[in-house]
Design a protein around this ligand. Structure first.
Ligand code: PEP
Length: 248
């Protein structure tokens, strides 16, 4: 089955609402490519103006985080229902920065994945190893553990809609990209893991991105790999270069 590539920008904590709208307008002619899905994952405060700014274009909007509870006394959090009502389609769950700085664990992330699906959002579930884990040779064991825990009680039909982002922590924001072979090896390992937990058809359908210092120079080789279905792009998603990545 041919999987449609998905190229998502993760803006992180960058762009005020007015800067966000200006960036969307600058990128609009550069990111036209109906052969791939293009997503901007933006800070919560930018969601409403960015949804408005991308109207009529090929770009969809994602959130960088959400909470799993429906509503109530959770100061500072954003619910799945709020995101859907604002026009959001995707939500990043379990980015390594959230796992590390905000101590989000797999039990919490599993609740978020469940709630996202329940609300009709597509999770972009991140996983990845530290440099220490890679050097110890436990990369795949670690990632399998993350995937299995984060997808507990998630059905095969849901996983077919899921996006998984493989992001080696040592390659995020460092300018160090995993080699094409390293990236493909782990993305294939993730697909094999999905086949083991679910079945071959589910593994064939799930989209797996690579993320970690993707740029216009390395995107085409990475995205040409059989198990890499696009990228989650941090730094380079804030520049005109993002257009070259989308049109790799
Ligand atoms: C990310 O934050 O998801 C990421 C991959 O960042 P960068 O592209 O800057 O390494």
């Amino acid at each position: 089955m041919a999987r449609k590539k998905i190229i998502a920008g993760n803006w992180k904590m960058n762009m005020t609402p007015s800067q966000a709208v200006a960036l969307v307008k600058e990128l609009e002619p550069l990111v036209k490519n109906d052969a791939v899905d293009v997503v901007y994952c933006v800070p919560a405060v930018d969601i409403v103006p960015v949804v408005e700014a991308v109207k009529g274009s090929n770009v969809q909007v994602g959130a960088e985080n959400m909470y799993f509870e429906d509503k109530g006394a959770y100061t500072g959090e954003t619910s799945a229902e709020m995101l859907v009502d604002a026009g959001v389609k995707y939500v990043i769950i379990g980015h390594s920065e959230r796992r590390d700085y905000f101590k989000e664990d797999d039990e919490l992330l599993n609740k978020k994945v469940k709630k996202a699906f329940e609300a009709g959002l597509t999770p972009i579930l991140c996983c990845g190893e530290s440099l220490e884990q890679r050097e110890m040779g436990v990369t795949m064991d670690w990632i399998r553990l993350q995937i299995k825990s984060d997808l507990k009680d998630i059905t095969a039909d849901q996983v077919k809609e899921l996006v998984i982002a493989y992001e080696p922590i040592w390659a995020i924001g460092t300018g160090k990209t995993a080699t094409t072979e390293q990236a493909e090896e782990v993305c294939k390992g993730i697909r094999d893991c999905i086949a083991e937990i679910y079945d071959a058809a589910t593994a064939d359908a799930v989209r797996i991105q690579y993320g970690g210092s993707v740029n216009a120079g390395n995107a085409s080789e990475l995205f040409a790999q059989p198990d890499i279905d696009g990228g989650l792009v941090g730094g380079a998603s804030l520049k005109a270069d993002f257009g070259n990545i989308v049109n790799y």
